[in-house]
Design a protein. Structure first.
Length: 94
């Protein structure tokens, strides 16, 4: 695939569109990249970073929910969390 334009259909057929997740790194990337290639290594690092971000986001969301139950003002941080969730979703492989 080096030098070719990627589109959604490169990794998904048009009848099987699914919510993007990092699980795609474990299966789809191997179709075009050898495990010893720099591109595959970059994919491994990107997957780790996205998974770690998702875990931290889950932890932060739980902390905000607990703070809200205690009557603390959380609206501003909830807005920021929503932005992070959107950014994380946009960063997922398609």
């Amino acid at each position: 695939m080096h030098g070719k334009s990627l589109q959604c259909i490169t990794c998904h057929n048009n009848h099987r569109n699914e919510h993007p997740t990092t699980a795609l790194y474990d299966s789809v990337c191997r179709k075009c990249h050898k495990e010893t290639s720099p591109a595959f290594a970059a994919g491994v690092q990107i997957k780790k970073a996205l998974d770690m971000t998702e875990d931290l986001l889950t932890t932060a969301t739980r902390a905000i929910e607990n703070a809200k139950k205690k009557g603390l003002y959380t609206a501003e941080v909830e807005q920021k969390i929503a932005i992070v969730k959107t950014s994380l979703m946009e960063a997922q492989p398609i």
